[in-house]
Design a protein. Structure first.
Length: 76
């Protein structure tokens, strides 16, 4: 997908995913802008979208305590 986003059916297939989904996105992600996360949120029927302030492309490294807390809350 990274090599050729047009070769992936991921964007079109998002609407078919019925599972609850947690999307965590860093507001300073320079690799994949927040607008992509917002698109995923709109496309996934049961998505929860959280923007992590001060985090970049790897929020689990930038703010592991926050990511862990959010994931555990979501899984409960």
């Amino acid at each position: 997908m990274a090599a050729s986003p047009r070769a992936s059916d991921l964007p079109a297939g998002l609407t078919r995913i019925a599972a609850r989904t947690l999307i965590l996105w860093g507001d300073r992600d320079l690799t994949v802008p927040v607008k992509h996360g917002e698109h995923h949120e709109r496309s996934l029927p049961n998505a929860e979208f959280v923007i992590l302030e001060g985090a970049g492309h790897v929020p689990q490294i930038a703010c592991p305590a926050v990511v862990n807390r959010l994931m555990l809350e979501f899984l409960r």
